[in-house]
Design a protein around this ligand. Structure first.
Ligand code: 2BA
Length: 109
């Protein structure tokens, strides 16, 4: 068994959960925050049998889109006056950041 940890954008989360559940996967949704942008994202925990892993990964890849996002720099630069001045930066977020872990034990009580 594998545990997929998928960090996705909030905009994709609802459709991704619907698509996964329609194919019989079980999903837990966590409201999370990205360390760089300090804005909300969604982390999904998806426990799957080994032979179902690729199918779940394909759904994540299909649904999750990358987007350009303008954000204020989390670490402002120092201006000539010595005052910290935030500046806008553009980053490409997603589609999805995915970790796949081996599950040592799975139980339901
Ligand atoms: P954030 O940490 O808020 O990062 C959002 C986007 O900002 C990243 O998109 C990337 O394009 C950019 N970014 C992140 N760190 C950067 C840095 N040090 N310098 C320049 N640009 C940077 P993604 O790579 O698609 O990541 C989306 C979200 O996935 C991240 O949100 C974070 O919550 C999670 N994530 C990504 N890689 C991770 C990792 N290795 N471990 C844990 N979480 C990760």
């Amino acid at each position: 068994m594998k545990l997929i940890i998928a960090i996705v954008q909030d905009e994709d989360a609802s459709r991704l959960i619907s698509n996964l559940m329609a194919e019989g996967f079980r999903v837990t949704k966590l409201a999370t925050t990205g360390g760089f942008l300090r804005s909300g994202n969604t982390t999904l925990l998806i426990g799957v049998e080994d032979e179902q892993l690729q199918k779940a990964m394909d759904i994540v890849e299909k649904v999750c889109k990358s987007r350009r996002q303008i954000a204020t720099s989390p670490a402002p630069i120092s201006g000539a006056t010595g005052v910290y001045v935030p500046y806008p930066i553009e980053v490409t977020v997603g589609g999805a950041t995915v970790f796949v872990l081996d599950v040592e034990q799975f139980a339901k009580f």
